[in-house]
Design a protein around this ligand. Structure first.
Ligand code: HEC
Length: 118
């Protein structure tokens, strides 16, 4: 008789433990939200600078060619050469060294490389 009683007790304990399991599923959604929030944008946004200063001649996609502007989607210049042209200007292209600092010029030069069609 004692053995049977112990069995019921043990079975009751197992059932009680099983019921607590359902509440532990909210943690993963919080972890997911944190992961996307930590993806911070780069400090200097070359695209923003481009839209502000360059689209009047080069156009949003780099191929507008206003005022004889070079087609940036077909430019074969290296990053350093682009930085040179943007900093000091070339023919009708204005110099930007008085408007933009070195880091900004570098950022926008990098962005012009992204305009390239592939
Ligand atoms: C006033 C119009 C004008 C504006 C504004 C302008 N550009 Fe230009 N850009 C030109 C012209 C014109 C050329 C071609 C220069 C030449 O013929 O030597 C050129 C050439 C270039 C080149 C060289 C491309 C090559 O393959 O030779 C780069 C890079 C460039 N521009 C980037 C920029 C960036 C970045 C900005 C904004 C910060 C900008 N430009 C703003 C007119 C402009």
């Amino acid at each position: 008789m004692k053995k049977v009683l112990f069995f019921f007790l043990a079975a009751g304990l197992i059932i009680a433990c099983g019921q607590t399991e359902t509440t532990s599923n909210t943690g993963s959604t919080i972890a997911k939200a944190k992961k996307t929030a930590s993806k911070t944008p780069p400090k200097i946004d070359g695209k923003k600078i481009y839209k502000q200063y360059c689209i009047t001649c080069h156009g949003l996609y780099g191929d507008m060619g206003a005022s004889g502007a070079a087609n940036l989607t077909e430019s074969k210049l290296s990053l350093d050469e682009r930085i040179q042209v943007i900093t000091n200007g070339r023919n009708t292209m204005a110099a930007f060294k008085s408007l933009l600092n070195e880091d900004k010029i570098k950022a926008v030069a990098k962005y012009t490389q992204e305009l390239k069609k592939d």
